[in-house]
Design a protein around this ligand. Structure first.
Ligand code: SAM
Length: 431
């Protein structure tokens, strides 16, 4: 059975007061079902029946997808708590009502509704914006349902990157928007803050307060794997938003220097840390907004003392273009092992091919004749190994013994007859 109105208020209290991560997913699901029943927008609806809007500053996700955001428990909890804390701090410091602007409410005004429904009469003036009329209609239903009319909430069906308040004198103490994905890709968060920050009071706060994008040098994809911080390549906060609003776009480009060390075997990982408000922080592993991105080792060139260039580009689907140093190829005079120099498994060519990858990782270059390459493909084919996967492993692993072990694990034990058949096929193809 679903929640009653008073049970909904109780669960909203839990959401606002529980320690990070201590909110039960079951409670969140019950809240979402309740909000769906009031608004008529259900998270269970097939997303193909709900339209997103492409704008010049990024994609505005569809009403159903925006509703689903509520189900990201830790995100919803920390944002709802951050908004509540910021409003309470502001109430303590001001006599006048706290002016709140919330851009991108979705159908449930998720980041503000929990606070409004648990409070009797907060001294706030609320302005809500969403680009989808369906969301504005849904929010009106919630205002009526929870008897929030006394807040005189103003709603605007508008694009928040273009919207202006009725009076040019109007300013807000708190501006809230969660219109982002990890690495600030695709959605318009940056451009919404860039535009709306001009309406922020001098002492006002943006929520989230800071979104920090960092690059790390790492040897594996695991978050606990040893990683060295290369640096922050972008930070969205009040000061960068103000600079952007003055058309100072310099923060969109940055360079990080690669320290003086042998980085072979390393790749680059990019992370998104979000300071929602004060001590309320979302970091890797907390929610989808913090998903880290790991480059394939083939796509990175880590030449010591050179730089990696980051540029925020393509406003209609914003993303970072990332430029690594140019690979410094040189033809090698290193003599690779001969094809018949076999390892523990007895397979021809494997040692030669592994050693070639090993040297390429270190900046050497080798010419591979077509005949040799095609003969090599015969081996992978007969082993039923995917060529791209084999190449990836050759580049990832640092020792031939480890590579042979990986081949053995992938293929199962190889009989002498099978090895001979593969070697014969290879010889026939290459000679
Ligand atoms: C990621 S959802 C967040 C919904 C809700 N605030 C939450 O945090 O769960 C983003 C919302 O912002 C709205 N939106 C995106 N771009 C917008 C824009 N340029 N102007 C106004 N609303 C926008 C979308 O329609 C969607 O409802």
């Amino acid at each position: 059975m679903g929640l009653s109105k008073s049970q909904f208020v109780d669960v909203a209290q839990v959401l606002l007061n529980a320690p990070k991560g201590a909110v039960d997913k079951v409670d969140i699901k019950a809240m979402v079902d309740y909000l769906g029943a009031v608004t008529g927008i259900f998270t269970s609806t097939d997303m193909n029946y709900s339209d997103k809007t492409e704008t010049a500053s990024g994609v505005a996700i569809s009403p159903v997808q925006a509703a689903k955001c509520f189900e990201e428990t830790v995100r919803t909890q920390l944002f709802a708590q951050g908004v509540a804390q910021a409003i309470n701090d502001c109430i303590r410091e001001n006599d006048a009502p706290v002016r709140v602007l919330y851009a991108g409410t979705g159908p449930y005004a998720t980041l503000l509704i929990p606070l409004l429904v648990v409070s009797d009469n907060l001294p706030v003036e609320v302005t809500l914006i969403d680009i989808h009329q369906e969301n504005i209609d849904a929010v009106h239903k919630l205002i009526n349902h929870f008897n929030l009319d006394h807040y005189h909430i103003r709603t605007h069906h508008a694009d928040a990157t273009l919207w202006h308040p009725e009076s040019s004198q109007e300013h807000f103490d708190i501006i809230i928007s969660e219109t982002m994905t990890a690495l600030l890709k695709r959605e318009p968060q940056v451009y919404i803050f860039k535009h709306l920050v001009q309406f922020l009071a001098p002492e006002g706060v943006l929520i989230p307060q800071q979104v920090s994008l960092k690059a790390w040098l790492t040897q594996g994809e695991n978050k606990d794997e040893r990683a060295e911080l290369l640096g922050e390549f972008f930070c969205l906060d009040k000061s960068t938003s103000l600079a952007l609003s003055q058309e100072d776009l310099s923060c969109f480009s940055s360079c990080l220097a690669i320290p003086d060390k042998d980085w072979s075997g390393y790749t680059v990982k990019l992370t998104t840390d979000i300071q929602v408000y004060g001590d309320l922080v979302l970091t890797e592993g907390d929610c989808s907004l913090n998903i880290a991105f790991n480059f394939s080792p083939y796509d990175v060139v880590l030449t010591a003392n050179e730089t990696i260039q980051f540029d925020y580009v393509a406003p209609s689907s914003p993303d970072f273009s990332i430029l690594f140093p140019k690979a410094q190829w040189q033809y090698s005079d290193y003599a690779l092992p001969k094809s018949d120099d076999v390892g523990r498994l007895g397979l021809m060519q494997l040692k030669r091919s592994f050693q070639r990858a090993f040297m390429i990782k270190r900046g050497e270059r080798f010419e591979v004749l077509d005949a040799e390459w095609h003969a090599e493909l015969v081996i992978y084919d007969m082993l039923a190994l995917n060529c791209a996967e084999v190449t990836a492993k050759m580049f990832e692993l640092e020792s031939f013994a480890d590579f042979e072990s990986w081949v053995e694990t992938s293929t199962g034990a190889l009989s002498h007859t099978k090895v001979e058949a593969i070697n014969d096929a290879f010889r026939r193809r290459i000679y």
